[in-house]
Design a protein around this ligand. Sequence first.
Ligand code: FAD
Length: 649
Amino acid sequence: MFYPQEFDVIVVGGGHAGTEAALAASRMGCKTLLLTHNIETLGQMSCNPSIGGIGKGHLVKEVDAMGGAMALATDEGGIQFRILNSSKGPAVRATRAQADRILYKAAIRRKLENQPNLWLFQQAVDDLIVEGDKVVGAITQVGIKFRARTVVLTAGTFLDGKIHVGLNNYAAGRAGDPPAVSLSSRLKELKLPQGRLKTGTPPRIDGRTIDFSKCTAQPGDGMPGGIAGQVPVFSFMGAGIAHPRQVPCYITHTNERTHDIIRSGFDRSPMFTGKIDGVGPRYCPSVEDKINRFAGKDSHQIFLEPEGLDTHEIYPNGISTSLPFDIQYELVRSMAGMENAHIIRPGYAIEYDYFDPRALTTSFETRAIKGLFFAGQINGTTGYEEAAAQGMFAGINAALQCQDKPAWLPKRDEAYLGVLVDDLITKGVTEPYRMFTSRAEYRLMLREDNADMRLTEKGRELGLVDDARWDSFNRKRDAVSRETQRLKAIWVNPNNLPLPDAERVFGKALEREHNFADLLRRPDVNYAGLMSLDGGKYINPDIQGGETNVSRETALDADMAKSVVEQIEISAKYAGYIDLQKQEVERTAHYENLKLPVDLDYLQVAALSFEARQTLAKHRPETLGLASRISGITPATVSLLLVHLKKNL
Ligand code: FAD
């Protein structure tokens, strides 16, 4: 039957990409249907119960800055938070949280169920309805046909998924879930370029059988024994009060015996016996891969991470494996504290189909089938955060297409999301792609702390950001701007500043007159130091915030005041470098955005090598900037192409 109602956007899959895609499209006013195998697994973390980390935290903050769900759900479900690289520069500082997987999932489901314009429906999607070169809907396992103007496919690791434990294997989407076999065949019939990748997960342990006294405790920030201060929050709208109880993780190690046990299972490893064809993530390898590749290393750190507050289940981060169960059993028990460990769930590897993201346009629409968008692991990425960011992006662009508006295409200097999309569609993947700060050439501008300053206004314009977030953002932005101006207007000199004060804050007497904004650029000077000068005479009562000023309408609460000061300090200290990056962006902007004619016949551009002509004809990049980043396209080719364009346009 045809379902009686039609939709603007159908999202297939309720993982991290699918939920953000559905939320984004419906926030933008589109009538959206989220079709997924099982409502109970909405927002399920297939592997480690943690969100964020270096590069990944940046993506989460960007999704949050545009009104997405991941950071807020992490604040509600996070049982341990840390700021990684806290002693390094702001570009590489990143938030990471251990999450209670049940609380996280519940928070995501609550958001989905309460989202206006969003319908949920539990059914496997087996087929797409394609008319001509356009998708117009999806068909479920029991033959229900849903019509829509656009479809966003976020099937994760489920497409023709196959689980391996030792030499045994079976079809599945992840442990306990069915694979999507019919849909995978249908996509292959549509001749979308496809390949196989693999990923893996460790065995889970019953915490009651671990002797934690033999392991090293690792408390989170703001916990006893951890970095002093408040427990961090993920969302720009988050508050520490949303956090549940905080708990520590623990660390143990593999040892020579562990490694011997692992080696003894190589002959029954699906990886080493050729049973698995798919390529795995180099940066998150299985333990057998680590032992094989880094044979000289006699120990690896293993983090014992709680899966939640109401469960004893422990995730041993670092021993992802598809070795046979008897080897898993022995290797787990060979580590300190784990001598009596009981495995609750075996580790496994999963192989699945992904689709070459180079077959997508800049908006993540497939080139072959109009109205069909792909996001998440299906595009060859790995990670919840990468999936969430892509999901939001595809959801936005599907919604914009329904509204007959141009696509939203963040650039590499605007967002990690821009870097992610650009990397995927120009370079494709040879292994599961994960985000790193090193992938972003303008990373000083793309910090976690300023994700809201970069994206919230755009999110509001697109209809993604609600009034509460918009008000809060404006208060912060105005406060940063007012305070920056005020600092520029406060002048001190050797005559009006007491010498002991100058020596305390600047290490020496001032040599001449300076304003506070300039002084803040000095490496050892901070905002608090400036405010302590001359008996606190320069304190801004709005920023000082806190309880003494609650009666002032303009006073900021402590969290907001802290983030305002952070913005001011970072902008002052890194102003020189940030200006250089901005100049670099401006220099390349013209060529970066130069549109390449859609009908350009690359095969006839005689100045280019035959190989370059073929590559460009295959990829048909939309701009010169995109062309320049395609593998095999050299700067010389770009210059020749530019000369050709100048001559012929
Ligand atoms: P998923 O989270 O997989 O969600 C896909 C959704 O689509 C599910 O809800 C599914 O039910 C639904 N679906 C699929 N097909 C259909 C259909 N035909 N009809 C209806 N619904 C459908 N990432 C890391 O960063 N680090 C790791 O160590 C790591 N290890 C992993 C280990 C394993 C075993 C697995 C399975 C994944 C691992 N990942 C890891 C990857 C991480 O889980 C994914 O990157 C992330 O979940 C991808 O999000 P997604 O939304 O694209 O897909």
